[in-house]
Design a protein around this ligand. Sequence first.
Ligand code: SF4
Ligand code: SF4
Length: 442
Amino acid sequence: MSSTVYSFRGGTHVTEYKNTRKKKIEKLPDPGFVEIPMAQHIGVQCRPVVKVGDHVYKGQLIGDAQGLTCLVHASVSGEVSEIKVRHNAQAMPVETILIKSDGLGELSPDIHPHTKKLSETTPDEIIERVRLAGISGMGGAMFPTHAKIRSSMGKVNRLIVNCAECEPFITANHRLMLERPEEIVNGTKILLRALGLSRADLAVEDNKADAVNRLLSVVGDSDYIKVRVMETKYPQGDERQLVYALTGREVPSGKLPADVGCVVFNAETCAVIYRAFAFGIPLVERCVTVDGDCVREPKNLLVPLGTTYRTLIDYCGGLVKEPYKIINGGPMMGAARWELDTPVTKGTAAVLVFSKEFAGMRDTGACIRCGRCVQNCPMHLMPLYLAQYAMSKRYDDAEKMGVMNCVECGTCSYNCPGNVQIVQYIRVAKGALRTKKQQAKQ
Ligand code: SF4
Ligand code: SF4
């Protein structure tokens, strides 16, 4: 490992609140029931392929679709008790399958490990297994992983594994690196094989020295997988920042990392790819950090997909304060939810519950032209003007100033002394511009 510490321009140092960094991942006991949405990914929503009353095994296919999509599998064995429409974080109606668990966790007889040697496995075979395992990005973006591999083939020469975990509170990836580092490294090898590459970087922030050492103990002096130490700075885990920090390549406006020869996969996504090969298990469970000042005993849990936040919180000793804000993901980029009976999905890295005092909700204020948001924006935008244009509904002007390049990292809002809810205004502008484009297409 070199002594270089990699970083990007802009960004900010946030209070870490990594309260659960020493909490080992605990396997959640059988939750009794799960509610599994047919859309936990970007792309086409799946349709249920089971009906009420059917018996299902853990790992059995229960949702299917064509096109850019991610298959959905049962996360427990039991009986389908209901199929209903629920609203997801984006207020979109999504068909959801409720399964009453029989507590047996019986695996589907269709589950088989991959038995061919990796060196004899073709890229197409790897992509097909990843597709059949229903794997999507687990860092929050939820893009179907098989499609990401396919679209990167022949275009990229650098694979980056995102082990930064720069959001406050979340430590699930940190624990995974400490407890199952070989799964991350083996998943990385599978991705290298699929992409025909001979070089991967595992990018870890320097506040996780123990994880760096664990990964190094697995990687050894490998010539093709390197552990890279990144400066602890938010949003280091944004893939554009990682690409710049490690390669010096800037992803142009409106382009993807693959357009500059790089592809980035999340650490847990790599581990899940490995498990789909070694054990044949599709993506049916994930690590979740449960934290926030309302939670009695914050923990890291291994959770069947579809388990409700309420079940997780009950397992953590329940709530000690009136919840004011429930967040799916980190406090900077996560999505606020309005009820605890929300299921964990493929993109749920954390469930955070905050009281009003902790959330520090204040009325939105006024810009005092301090320029801090401009100085810290990792995308080199002018957040104050974007917010002003959004406030006055001048969306076309906001677009000219690059609002669509905003990665919604929240750095500007975090640092704003005027308490201007900049990123909220930016989201409104982006939403309005997307709607306008869709209407124009129609
Ligand atoms: S940080 Fe806030 S107060 Fe300062 S310029 Fe930006 S919007 Fe205005
Ligand atoms: S304008 Fe967007 S990219 Fe820039 S700091 Fe704010 S949220 Fe992050």
